[in-house]
Ligand binder design. Sequence first.
Ligand code: GUN
Length: 293
Amino acid sequence: MILIDGKQTAEDIRLEIAREVASMIDKGIKAPHLAAVIVGEDPASQTYVASKEKQAKAAGFTSTVYRLPAATTEQELLGVIDFLNDDPDVDGYIVQLPLPGHINSNTVLQAVAPEKDVDGFHPVNVGRMALGLPCYVPATPHGIMELLRRYQVETTGKKCVVLGRSHIVGSPVSILMSQKGTPGDATVTLCHSKTAGLAQIAAEADILIAAIGKPGFVTADMVKEGAVVIDVGIHRIEAPDTKSGFRLVGDVDFEAVAKKASMITPVPGGVGPMTIASLLQNTLKAAKKEIYG
Ligand code: GUN
């Protein structure tokens, strides 16, 4: 069994990016600039944005964070978005989700200029992805594809089962896996909460991608011997036996499934660390105007 090491892979990617940024700066090209907008005090979002900022800086990027109070109106936020769309120094930016309830996330995400939408959430980028055109692929599906590529997982003609149909993971990864290319060219089944016979379908997968948001949902009987298992879940569960009193687990019952899988991502240290690396990759593409010219 091969453990797919997302932490190491993300570090490798950050180093590759840092080298490229250093050579850009040597040539007199400005450093890529990633901005982030965060509204309110959600602790998980604060941690996530702080981590993005730290890693962006470590890669040699310029990083700016706009921290706005929870009471910010939608109009005010749209004003910040207009400002970032127009700022020629900002190559790409993200609006951290979730936004407070009084703000319509769709309105906000659609105001982001597609060429600066390094999260890949704007309908133009989603549409371009679905059509197989150059675009910013959202961080999690991008990270999954990168792990499959770097671990040289054979996907051509393989049965890939995706569990979960979210707009940010299940749906895009199912599209990418079915598209022409490497990784890709797989025969994809997308399962969700209304799927009949989900366990039997999962058990036929050569590649099983679990993004269903339920701790330990994928048990050993749902996994084929030799399957590649990608666990996108991350859940904090109580664990009185640990010092902190909690433990992070994925959507997969790791202990049992690891005995059957040929490759598996751990939680933590699998898909999670890849997301920020993906965001940096997208921002570098934005700085180089690779997608929109
Ligand atoms: N909240 C949780 N994950 C993400 C992400 O990838 N992008 C943004 N903007 N918000 C998030």
